[in-house]
Design a protein around this ligand. Structure first.
Ligand SMILES: Cc1ncc(COP(=O)(O)O)c(C=O)c1O
Length: 540
């Protein structure tokens, strides 16, 4: 049996068995192609002349085959279109797999899930100009396989940019360009030891990846100062988000940084810094990368997914020199190189300052959105508080228990066309999660943002009497201060102090029952009511 390609305008692969003659062989081959679904209803066949020429058959042979298959119902002749595969009756023989879709399917209504920047801000003009420049100037050699660790131009541009913008101490030879953070993490895990620690809460995909690769996974709690270093034990590596913990948004405190690096020096463990949104810092001084404090112990990772767009699939590792050979070796088995033209375009944008200009525009927009969210929460959601708002593209909205359970809240929001993530989905034990939702405020397009926040807050707003008692509008500051999640000890102390604080906040309120964590307050002219979650109510 011979495999033959007919290339009459389009390729048609036929397995023609000539043992019983050409005509029989061609008939069988076409029947098989239609039955198996390789040729679908409506597909056009080559003209008899063209096919005969391609196959080296007499034209009459092909014509006879077409007539025979038309008589059997496989083919049908259409004026001016030639011979088509006939419409099929009955179920399609083609094996059907479930359709694939995007990693994060779009949702109807307002998408306030964390994870995406405002994609309408993609710097199209600059990217187009950079790509044009690259295509006009790159030598032909650059179109070959290239360097698996990334193009030299991008690695050099990144080394300069990361030093300048994030305080990373590195060199082009220490940088590996990856196809997204997950790829970077996979490479790092391939050279990491057996036990790998992850923050709790975190994006579950990452510990799941480590488990999939055969690591023992340890989840380490996070408090108001970030990762609880004391709980790291004998882990061989720890993966964390020091600048803006995902999802809680706390920053790894100065003491914890020192403690973590001491631990790494003492044990030889690897610290993996996921600096996924470090470029977006709004209020305080920028928080530099942890890597800058100990370049030989920290594997720094960054990505363009928040700053430019996830679709580019460009991320990077800045590795300690001692780890570079092992990472390069790991790349031999993990060939997920990034398109060189895109790498060069990004390098060009960095060199020209286009990336910095783009980031300034984004920062301005996201800060306004963050402020808008803060005002709306302060005005409409007494008893709620936002955390993690000093940086990044998302915040956690902690809600009083009176709002309902997390699943009730998510269902209620979904009914009103709002998609957010519940905080519990990021915890190893969802039942340990405080009540809250993660609000990604960068995602909606600009024109939809105000409506999205309006719908979010009006859906969560409590009944009128509670609002009156818990948050008199006149007392609200213009922009709510960030308040970080507390450690359990701090939480206990907070609960004890809560009734006293409630009294302090409400000038004319009286604490009637200083029970732990709740207070009965009476404001002048309003019936005494119980304010639940006083710790939260006292924030604004
Ligand atoms: C915590 C965290 N790290 C890293 C990333 C970046 O991932 P990638 O570069 O694969 O898009 C994300 C994206 O959502 C994230 O949430």
């Amino acid at each position: 049996m011979a495999d033959q390609w007919a290339r009459t305008g389009w390729d048609l692969h036929l397995r023609i068995d000539r043992e019983h003659g050409r005509r029989h062989g061609l008939e069988q081959a076409l029947r098989e192609a239609v039955r198996s679904g390789r040729l679908a209803p409506g597909d056009r066949l080559p003209s008899s002349r063209a096919l005969a020429q391609e196959l080296g058959f007499a034209r009459g042979t092909v014509t006879q085959v077409y007539e025979q298959l038309a008589a059997e119902g496989y083919l049908t002749a259409r004026p001016r279109s030639g011979m088509l595969v006939a419409p099929r009756h009955g179920p399609a023989p083609r094996p059907e797999l479930p359709p694939t879709g995007p990693f994060r399917p779009p949702v109807p209504g307002f998408d306030l899930r964390p994870g995406l920047p405002d994609l309408s801000m993609f710097p199209r003009r600059e990217w187009l100009a950079a790509t044009r420049h690259v295509l006009q100037t790159m030598p032909n050699d650059a179109l070959a396989y290239g360097d698996p660790t990334g193009s030299r131009e991008l690695r050099a541009a990144l080394a300069d940019y990361l030093g300048r913008a994030r305080g990373v101490i590195t060199a082009p030879s220490n940088i590996i360009v990856c196809a997204g953070y997950t790829h970077a993490l996979r490479l790092i895990l391939m050279v990491a030891g057996q036990t790998v620690a992850f923050e709790d809460p975190t994006l579950l995909d990452y510990p799941a990846l480590a488990g999939h690769l055969g690591h023992r996974v340890r989840r380490v709690p996070v408090d108001a100062d970030g990762l609880v270093v004391d709980d790291l034990g004998d882990a061989a590596a720890v993966v964390l988000t020091p600048a803006h913990q995902f999802p809680l948004g706390v920053t790894l405190g100065p003491q914890r940084r020192v403690q973590l690096l001491d631990w790494a020096r003492r044990t030889g463990a690897v610290v993996v810094e996921d600096d996924y949104d470090g470029e977006f810092r709004y209020d305080r001084q920028p928080v530099g990368a942890l890597q800058g404090l100990a370049p030989e112990h920290v594997v720094y990772t960054g990505t363009v997914s928040k700053t430019v767009a996830p679709a580019l699939r460009i991320a990077w590792i800045a590795a300690p020199t001692a780890l570079v050979p092992a990472l390069r070796e790991a790349m031999r088995y993990d060939e997920a190189y990034v398109n060189v033209i895109d790498q060069l375009a990004l390098a060009h944008m960095i060199r020209r300052g286009d990336l910095d200009r783009h980031l300034r525009r984004c920062r301005l927009r996201y800060r306004k959105r963050r402020d808008h969210l803060g005002h709306a929460v302060a005005a409409r959601l007494p008893g709620a508080r936002l955390s993690g708002i000093a940086a990044g593209l998302h915040a956690v909205l902690h809600l009083p228990a009176s709002t309902g359970t997390e699943s009730e809240i998510l269902a209620h929001l979904s009914d009103r066309g709002i998609a957010v993530d519940g905080l519990s989905r990021f915890y190893s034990r969802p039942q340990d999660s405080p009540l809250g939702i993660v609000v990604g405020y960068a995602t909606p397009p600009q024109h939809a943002y105000d409506s999205a926040i309006d719908t979010l807050t009006s859906t969560l707003a409590p009944r009128e009497p509670e609002r009156l008692a818990a948050s008199p509008p006149a007392r609200q500051p213009a922009s709510p201060p960030a308040r970080q999640p507390a450690s359990s000890a701090t939480r206990r102390a907070d609960r004890r102090a809560a009734p006293r604080r409630a009294q302090g906040r409400f000038a004319r309120a009286r604490v009637l029952d200083p029970a732990c964590g709740t207070a009965n307050v009476s404001t002048s002219g309003v019936t005494p009511i119980q304010v639940r979650n006083v710790e939260a109510a006292s924030i604004y």
